[in-house]
Design a binder for this molecule. Structure first.
Ligand code: SF4
Length: 340
């Protein structure tokens, strides 16, 4: 679905046609313009020729069928991956990509090893949700949540990500509540500040992953530019401005950031934030199969001890459930194999 091409094809039509077309694509989830009964027949035929609505993707399902990964080929033959996670409580979360690859090169992340190819267009972001929305419609189900945790750093594609969120949130289109949409960032201060002024009720997750700059420098090259102090300062301002709770993400890496000392340092670091307005999320590492990956997941014993120390210090802490590990659909595992 190419929105620019659609707009161009409608240039001789009344102005309201574009909105009508968006409604049938994003809300009615049609896969053939002939089903767009609000449009004149001549236009339907024309649009079917110029902008067909079929979506093709290679699908892989996890053994328990709860996770589905879709590999989508873009117009320039680049490939992106998107994942549907079906929760036991009925939620259906789509994890979307915002870039092809990523320029930030975090050392634990498969996508970071691919390098950067390009930003995704607004429609390329939404199409990932559309793909799964159509699939779920066959079972009378809906996409309930969207997380920007796929390939790429969403804030490096800020404008397109925000526009895509507005379409996902729009009552006439997908109608996904803003509180059910999350952006996960490695921590770009200017963009966190910008987001705090958007008046959007979406969720923000910060990938902290280390309790001090020395360790974070080794994991996230961008930390040399934006230190922990800078990131947490802007997060504190964000909380103050929006009064929204922020998720702090911490990936558990064996013998790297999972010691008792690291837990105690993290406790000290997080004192900087208002305690009721953040939640610490411990992520069990999914070791991707990229070359030279020197990181291993922490042992369950270390995770439990780490969690205990944080809990003892009254930090609200949770563990993220692992989805789709065996199909490389977990955090940081997307699209390493296809974009070299
Ligand atoms: S963790 Fe996020 S920001 Fe870092 S390389 Fe991976 S996709 Fe990019």
């Amino acid at each position: 679905m190419n929105l620019k091409l659609l707009k161009n094809s409608l240039k001789n039509e009344p102005a309201y046609r574009f909105k009508q077309c968006q409604q049938v694509i994003w809300h009615d989830l049609i896969d053939d313009w002939q089903k767009a009964f609000n449009l004149p027949q001549k236009l339907r035929v024309e649009l079917n020729q110029k902008i067909p609505l079929e979506l093709e993707a290679k699908i892989i399902r996890s053994d328990d069928k709860k996770t589905i990964k879709a590999l989508i080929t873009l117009i320039d033959d680049k490939k992106i991956e998107t994942v549907l996670m079906r929760h036991n409580d009925g939620r259906n979360t789509v994890c979307v990509s915002s870039q092809v690859g990523c320029p930030l090169g975090c050392l634990f992340c498969s996508t970071g090893q691919v390098g950067y190819k390009r930003n995704l267009e607004i429609d390329e972001i939404i199409t990932q949700v559309l793909f799964f929305a159509r699939l779920l419609k066959k079972e009378n189900k809906k996409v309930t949540n969207v997380v920007f945790m796929g390939m790429g750093e969403p804030f490096l594609n800020y404008d397109n990500v925000i526009e895509a969120i507005k379409i996902l949130n729009n009552k006439d289109y997908f109608n996904i509540g803003a509180r059910h949409i999350s952006i996960s960032t490695i921590g770009l201060p200017e963009d966190i500040y910008k987001l705090s002024k958007e008046n959007l009720q979406i969720n923000l997750a910060i990938s902290l992953h280390a309790p001090n700059n020395k360790l974070r420098d080794k994991l996230i090259p961008l930390n040399k530019k934006y230190s922990l102090n800078q990131v947490l300062t802007v997060v504190k301002d964000y909380i103050k401005e929006t009064n929204r709770r922020v998720m702090i993400e911490y990936i558990m890496l064996k013998d790297f950031n999972d010691s008792e000392q690291a837990a105690n340092q993290l406790v000290e670091l997080l004192k900087y934030l208002p305690s009721k307005l953040y939640l610490l999320n411990l992520i069990l590492y999914n070791k991707g199969d990229f070359l030279n990956n020197k990181f291993q997941p922490s042992s369950p014993k270390n995770v439990a001890l780490f969690k205990h120390i944080l809990g003892r210090n009254k930090i609200n802490v949770t563990e993220r459930h692992r989805f789709g590990k065996e199909i490389d659909a977990a955090c940081g595992q997307l699209a390493n194999k296809y974009n070299h």
